[in-house]
Ligand binder design. Structure first.
Ligand code: ATP
Length: 557
């Protein structure tokens, strides 16, 4: 398929707000896709690889600005001005491509395959050991080449794809529905969703769809390919917890650590965060503990990794532990400074996928393969009970030992990847915090000039795949935090207008607030009163959903 045909579809998708229309347009595209279908399901969400693959293009907006200048023959200043006027670098690239100052000698027609392969080549450059600046230059050249061979509309979407922000409002659910419509007359959405939950890979799911629903059902969990973690719903009382998970239930301590999915394949260990990032290298100590204390050739454990203070053994909060997630150097130092304990609580694969078995059976298997050792690797503290008092006792004990509360889990439930189905609920005494993306910011004035002080927060609209603003946060930031945020936001800037900047929604922060109000000021329709920063959530990829905000708002009433 020609890339120009895809660009036209993108434009159609962009011009409607209606999810059903978007689904129809995509279904058409997928039907016509042929060999390119595997690429189209990714490109439709502005991706070049499936979700589980972390390789990224890694070019910032300002680099993209240079690239557009080079490809079109305009100056960087001219590109920047147009970017500001249009409010979008993709539109700026399109405008300039209409009147290129330099023409390519030979222009070739871009195909979908050519474009994605070129973008993948660029993404792979980050992995090759070459020095940062050399590889950035090479990357820029490759993309400039691509832009200079493209038609104006193509330039718009190539630019946006490089920046991983397509702005056409397509979420995972729309891809799923469009596949169902294209191949099964709108049926089998559940089965497609399930296959996607297991694989995190629409290319595989789409290919299976072309062969029939049996093939879709065949897609299974695989070792070393992380699967979305089952998530918890929140309850306010023990009674409500039992209503959700039934009696008797498994009651666990809830630790303030990091969710880790640990895979063992032929005794080799890999560790993934809940955003499916491979962090094996950052946690050699965990690998060692797992090798020593887990007796299985092939398995997948669901665990919480909890940090503790090496001096007095007390637990440390997630915020401190999270430093280890991003750290790629001085790893041994980190291991000594922030030692961890591994606390498994579920098993979803033992020589074969077992996530459809009941939790009680999975737990039996888990107990059999864990050889517990104090401060190395221990099962979570857990009890099975139907008595509210017993649960209350555990709740108090957990809090007095400095943990977050308790989890209540349904004994006869399967493991549902990525879902908050209520098979597992959390009971915490404090007000629910929100994990939100920083979507825009404002340069401070006066003493704090040079820092991005005001942070605009966004929640995730699952239907459109876009972020919507829910308020701004200005207080509660220490100078250190301001500095960190500013440094991290700078390369993410997409657009500037006066002191305000818009950024890619890559940084997720956990915020506390007084209450949620309805508000016409922000495009989500809600505003947080007095939001304050609690922590950075580098372990998370996506902010809380707009649905969550809506339901918290309803709960307040
Ligand atoms: P929170 O901020 O409350 O952790 P969240 O959105 O990060 O919420 P939830 O799925 O809502 O995640 O809460 C469950 C999280 O609690 C799990 O992802 C896991 O990291 C952590 N956790 C701690 N102890 C346990 C346990 N015993 N069983 C399951 N999860 C646990």
């Amino acid at each position: 398929m020609k890339y120009s045909e895809l660009a036209e579809k993108y434009q159609e998708l962009e011009s409607t707000q209606k999810t059903l229309e978007k689904t129809d347009i995509l279904a058409e595209l997928f039907k016509e896709g042929g060999e390119d279908l595997e690429y189209l399901v990714l490109l439709a969400r502005g991706r070049i690889y499936p979700e589980w693959n972390e390789v990224e293009i890694g070019l910032s907006s300002s680099m993209m600005q240079d690239i557009i200048a080079e490809a079109t023959g305009y100056t960087e200043k001219e590109v920047e001005e147009l970017w500001r006027d249009e409010g979008d670098l993709g539109l700026a690239a399109e405008e300039l491509a209409k009147n290129k100052k330099q023409q390519k000698l030979m222009s070739t027609t871009l195909t979908v395959e050519k474009v994605i392969q070129r973008l993948r080549k660029v993404a792979e450059m980050s992995k090759e050991g070459s020095s940062q600046s050399v590889s950035q230059d090479k990357k820029k050249k490759e993309i400039a080449d691509l832009i200079s061979s493209s038609e104006p509309l193509e330039a718009r979407y190539i630019t946006r794809t490089v920046l991983s922000h397509l702005r056409i409002g397509i979420g995972e659910g729309t891809i799923r529905d469009a596949l169902a419509e294209a191949f099964f007359e709108g049926e089998n959405k559940d089965k497609i969703q399930r296959a996607y939950d297991f694989t995190n890979d629409f290319t595989e799911v789409a290919q299976a769809c072309t062969k029939g629903i049996e093939e879709v059902e065949e897609l299974k969990l695989e070792l070393f390919r992380p699967v979305n973690s089952m998530l918890a719903k929140k309850v306010d009382t023990i009674e409500e917890g039992f209503d959700s998970v039934g009696k008797p239930a498994v009651i666990d301590y809830k630790y303030d650590g990091m969710r880790a999915q640990i895979h063992i394949k032929d005794r080799e260990v890999k560790i993934f965060t809940r955003r499916l990032e491979d962090v094996t290298e950052q946690f050699p100590d965990v690998v060692e503990k797992v090798e020593e204390h887990i007796d299985a050739e092939n398995c997948i454990l669901d665990t919480e990794i909890v940090g503790f203070n090496p001096e007095d053994g007390s637990m440390i909060e997630f915020q401190k532990l999270s430093k280890r997630i991003k750290r790629k150097y001085d790893i041994q130092k980190q291991v000594n400074e922030i030692p961890v304990e591994v606390r498994p609580f579920d098993l979803i694969y033992l020589n074969e996928p077992i996530l459809e078995e009941e939790y009680s059976e999975r737990l039996e298997k888990l107990d059999r393969i864990v050889d517990e050792e104090e401060r190395e690797l221990r099962l979570v503290d857990r009890e099975v009970t139907d008595e509210e008092e017993k649960v209350q006792e555990m709740q108090q004990k957990s809090l007095s030992e400095g943990h977050e509360g308790i989890m209540m889990k349904k004994l006869d439930a399967e493991y549902k990847p990525g879902n908050r189905v209520g098979y597992m609920v959390k009971l915490k005494p404090v007000m629910e915090t929100l994990d939100l993306a920083i979507v825009a910011a404002k340069w401070s004035e006066g003493e704090r000039a040079g820092w991005l002080g005001r942070l605009f927060l966004g929640c995730y609209n699952k239907e459109t795949g876009e972020y919507e603003q829910v308020g701004k946060m200005a207080t509660g930031l220490t100078e250190e935090q301001l500095e960190e945020i500013t440094e991290r936001l700078k390369p993410l800037i997409e657009k500037e207008d006066g002191r305000k900047v818009w950024v890619q929604p890559d940084i997720i922060v956990e915020v506390e607030y007084e209450e949620i109000q309805q508000s016409p000021t922000y495009n989500s329709g809600y505003a947080l009163r007095f939001p304050r920063l609690k922590s950075f959530r580098d372990d998370k990829e996506e902010a809380d959903s707009k649905e969550k905000i809506e339901s918290l708002y309803e709960d307040q009433k």
